[in-house]
Design a binder for this molecule. Sequence first.
Ligand SMILES: *Cc1c(COP(=O)(O)O)cnc(C)c1O
Length: 230
Amino acid sequence: MLKENLEQVKRNIEAACRRSGRNPEDITLVAVSKMKPLQDIETLLETGQLDYGENYVQELCDKYEHISSPVRWHMIGHLQTNKVKYIIDKVVLIHSVDSVHLAKQIEKEAAKRNLMAQILIQVNIAEEDTKFGIGEDEVFRMIHEISRFPHIHIKGLMTSAPFVENPEENRCYFKKLHELFVDIGRKNIDNVSMEILSMGMTNDYEIAIEEGATMVRVGTGIFGERHYNK
Ligand SMILES: *Cc1c(COP(=O)(O)O)cnc(C)c1O
């Protein structure tokens, strides 16, 4: 079942690429495994799926410790400064940086371990009250500040679009974030390279790809529904 789901998602990604004249090789699929057992990840690893997204530090660390072969872990959930130290050397990318304060802590922990932290700036592109991320108007200022940190490399932008019945409603937000992504890329800021545009979840990843996503984060579409109160 899991493997079939993954195959279906990949076919949908290819179809979205065909529709928009893009190369499927330019899209990274992050399988969002939060609240799903390690065994599910082990199953998908057999197919060569290497990128997995987690939201919770404790869960990520538990899985990291018990997995049988190496995985490319992505921190996609809201990250508290006091927990940076637990994940800094375990993840390939932190998608959810939304303050200079958090970046400062990432810089500190990365410097201690002499590594370069790869991060994305999380933008609340639809300006929803309930979502983490910074407003569009703050992005340039924040990127300039964070670009001064020597152990951080800003690789791109991330957003979570609103939950909508019809994913077409989110097309305008994806378009807007892509424009911002291109604008920032043109500025050629030191330590900043706009390579990764992380947008699109189960409901709307095909639209996100049509609008320029280079990374999609799909949970339910691969692993099935999550049960929060177990
Ligand atoms: C849970 C989550 C996802 C995956 O959501 P699905 O709708 O299950 O695909 C993607 N991104 C973030 C930030 C999430 O928290």
